[in-house]
Design a protein around this ligand. Structure first.
Ligand SMILES: Cc1ncc(COP(=O)(O)O)c(C=O)c1O
Length: 452
């Protein structure tokens, strides 16, 4: 028998609508492959836990954003990758090759993007408490700096000495739209640490018009993450268009409207996010209509997807170890990673789907709790996971771990960070080395007076 797709109903155009990467296949022996690579072979070669990124899923998602923007938005557009989702030189390089800019929130993310060859003018720096060093680097590299508060204005003013080369800035506002996955609310004021309140907008725009060191070239807002509804984005377009109109009436030459990110993905069967094309169509038509209604020239449309680009491209491989059955209560299967490589379940009670790498289609006949190896009772990756009865030493695949896993990982319990590989066309390449326990000691210092 030939290889066949792992998921029966696969959306090949919008990877965020699948649980597994789009290249997931079952080989002749019934084992799971991704990117043309047998997962058990990857685990043997690189060890576990292992982050695996499917290049094809990532590039397909990038192309879906680019093509949909070209199809649905009449003006110019630039998609940015929200690199907080997963920042590395290799991923940023793929992003750059696909014609994306990048959103960074720290010096680390900024230097990663620059190293990957992304031009400063295609980078946006966010943050509610940027340091002087971060602002200086961003200014020197011609990065667009998103002004989040008055502190940013004061710091930047002290940095920009060459008044002939003003800083390119965007203004972040709190749009008063709060999203949860399945509902949302509109409020006048949102309890958020990010951005200017709508009431402050006029004052800050008036203050900035007199600052020769600043060129306000964009308005930004972001309403949240893992959003399945389209309606909030329509409301956002109106809020942004109002702000654009106000900024222009005050004399700012604003050319960019940045709607942030937020499109959700399918972590479990019950998740049903819109496709990338539907999301882009919605933001494109909403921004166009809102601008036309206000007699505004179409701005360049910027969006900042993170999760929907990289999460569906990623899986994590774990080796199953101990088993503990508490009769009448539950069976714990423990794996060799957990909350240090994926803090989302313990932080947000996030749900995931898993299977056995070498027996993905075997009949699932037991419900187990997948526990991590950390010294924390809450270190559980999946509360209720339906699997075939497994043996210690088998390989577990957790899907959709490409976003906010590696980038939010820690060394809790002094557990080293996993390696990461990128796979495509049957090839695999390391993109992040596995840490060794000794690496974790390399920043420790012993005061002389404690030496014996
Ligand atoms: C300002 C901003 N832009 C973009 C994103 C990316 O969001 P997502 O990963 O949901 O697309 C975030 C994430 O929270 C964000 O804070």
């Amino acid at each position: 028998m030939d290889r066949r797709p792992y998921e029966a109903k696969l959306d090949l155009k919008s990877p965020n609508r699948n649980i597994s990467p789009i290249t997931s296949e079952i080989d002749e022996q019934g084992k799971l492959m991704v990117g043309g690579c047998l997962l058990s072979a990857l685990a043997d070669e690189y060890g576990t836990p292992l982050y695996v990124i499917d290049e094809n899923s990532l590039r397909t998602s990038c192309k879906a954003y680019k093509n949909s923007l070209a199809e649905h938005y009449e003006g110019q557009s630039l998609p940015l990758y929200a690199s907080k989702a997963n920042s590395s030189i290799a991923i940023s390089t793929v992003i750059c090759q696909e014609g994306f800019g990048l959103d960074a929130v720290s010096e680390g993310e900024l230097i990663t993007a620059l190293k990957a060859g992304i031009a400063g003018e295609n980078i946006v720096l966010h943050g509610n408490n940027k340091s002087k060093e971060e602002l200086k680097l961003a200014y020197e590299q011609g990065v667009n700096i998103v002004i989040d508060n008055y502190h940013d204005i004061q710091l930047l003013e002290s940095i920009v000495i060459d008044k002939d080369r003003p800083a390119n800035i965007m203004l972040r506002l709190t749009p008063g739209i709060e999203c949860h996955t399945h509902d949302y609310i509109k409020t006048g004021h949102l309890d958020s640490k990010f951005g200017f309140d709508p009431d402050q907008l006029e004052d800050v725009l008036i203050e900035l018009i007199n600052k020769k060191w600043a060129l306000l070239n964009g308005i930004h807002a972001h309403i949240g993450s893992q959003i399945f509804e389209l309606e909030p984005h329509r409301d956002l377009a109106s809020v942004l268009a109002d702000a654009l109109k106000l900024a222009k009436s005050i004399g700012h030459p604003v050319k960019n409207l940045n709607v942030g990110g937020g499109l959700g993905i399918r972590y479990t069967e019950s998740d049903d996010p819109p496709s990338i094309n539907e999301w882009v169509k919605c933001i494109s038509t909403s921004v166009s209509n809102a601008c036309k209604e206000r007699d505004l020239e179409l701005p360049r449309l910027i969006c900042e997807p993170g999760r929907s680009l990289i999460a569906p491209a990623g899986i994590t491989l774990y080796r199953i170890g101990s088993r503990k059955t508490i009769p009448g209560i539950r069976t714990y299967l423990s794996v060799d990673g957990g909350m240090s490589d994926n803090p989302r379940p313990i932080t947000y009670q996030s749900l995931y789907t898993a299977c056995l790498a070498d027996r993905p289609l075997n009949e699932a006949d037991e419900t187990v709790t997948i526990a991590g190896k950390h010294c924390e009772s809450g270190d559980v990756l999946i509360q209720e996971c339906l699997l075939p009865k497994s043996e210690s030493g088998e390989l577990l695949v957790v899907f959709a771990t490409g976003a906010y896993n590696a980038s939010m990982s820690s060394n809790y319990n002094r557990i080293p960070s996993p390696a990461a590989v990128i796979v495509g066309d049957g090839m695999s390449d390391l993109i992040q080395q596995r840490q060794k326990p000794e690496d974790l000691l390399s920043f420790d210092l012993l005061p002389k007076r404690f030496e014996r």
